[in-house]
Design a protein around this ligand. Sequence first.
Ligand SMILES: Cc1cc2nc3c(=O)[nH]c(=O)nc-3n(C[C@H](O)[C@H](O)[C@H](O)COP(=O)(O)OP(=O)(O)OC[C@H]3O[C@@H](n4cnc5c(N)ncnc54)[C@H](O)[C@@H]3O)c2cc1C
Length: 283
Amino acid sequence: MNQQTAMPQLDTKAPAQKTLPDAQTVTEVRHWTDRLFSFKVTRPASLRFRSGEFVMIGLMGDPDPATGRQKPLLRAYSIASPSWDEELEFYSIKVQDGPLTSRLQHIQPGDQIILRPKPVGTLVHDALLPGKRLWFFSTGTGLAPFASLIRDPQTFEDYDQVILTHTCREVADLEYGRQLVEEVRSDEMLRELIGDGLDKLVYYPTTTREQSPKMGRITGLLKDGTVFADLGIDRIAPETDRAMVCGSLDFNVEIKGLLEDFGLREGANSDPKEYVVEKAFVG
Ligand SMILES: Cc1cc2nc3c(=O)[nH]c(=O)nc-3n(C[C@H](O)[C@H](O)[C@H](O)COP(=O)(O)OP(=O)(O)OC[C@H]3O[C@@H](n4cnc5c(N)ncnc54)[C@H](O)[C@@H]3O)c2cc1C
């Protein structure tokens, strides 16, 4: 683990900017690796959302050379904080030539971002039928909606066991999630629901490139039964298991196939079933 991972940079002050439409103020920024950062912004008083939903956020684009007018440059972002939180947290990729994140990665506390207060999404409790065990399958920044859901008491009230899997290339890419799980396990209110045994919240991180205690893609580990053997649990079954999936398009397609093989069916807000899926990004 490198030093940047162990001690995320924490910016604390920055000058204010002129007000944007739907502007929110950045209150904290943490850089986890050269490709990942998280940040918090103020929450609009009127914004209500369900843990797991996403919103459009962004910055003002460059002025049009012909007209000089600026348009907002917006992208979909899962809200990583739970619905009860006073602030909103986001967990972001840094795409070096990405129109938004090439700039967004430089925000500092006091800066403003644009946030359209219209939350939507399928990774919500309402889209699943009641069950006993809830799986969160994520890769990369696909962890973000689950960072919201595992800080929501309803998650532990509704299920006997919650299993969060997170697959990344390198160990440092797991650090945000590792600290998050630690935070949940030591939170007074959530700890009461999770219990001291802590087996109600199971964290199953894996890496695909760098050596770590558990190597491999989660899809492979599900397919050959390693996950169930490691955790000492029964295989996924439609009577007991519910799942939420958030990763790259390829990952989503592969895991959907596996879940269907286990007998689970895809649900939606209007038609709750046994699992739901959302893309972590387009492309
Ligand atoms: C429903 C939904 C929720 C999303 N939630 C998040 C989130 O919580 N955090 C987040 O960082 N992004 C999230 N995204 C992706 C986000 O909308 C942007 O694509 C991302 O911020 C990059 O923006 P950009 O303008 O810099 O580059 P873009 O032009 O949007 O993307 C350039 C390329 O970078 C790659 N890329 C984009 N986003 C990611 C990513 N997250 N991980 C790996 N590769 C990526 C893709 O190959 C893409 O073609 C979400 C996307 C969707 C559809």
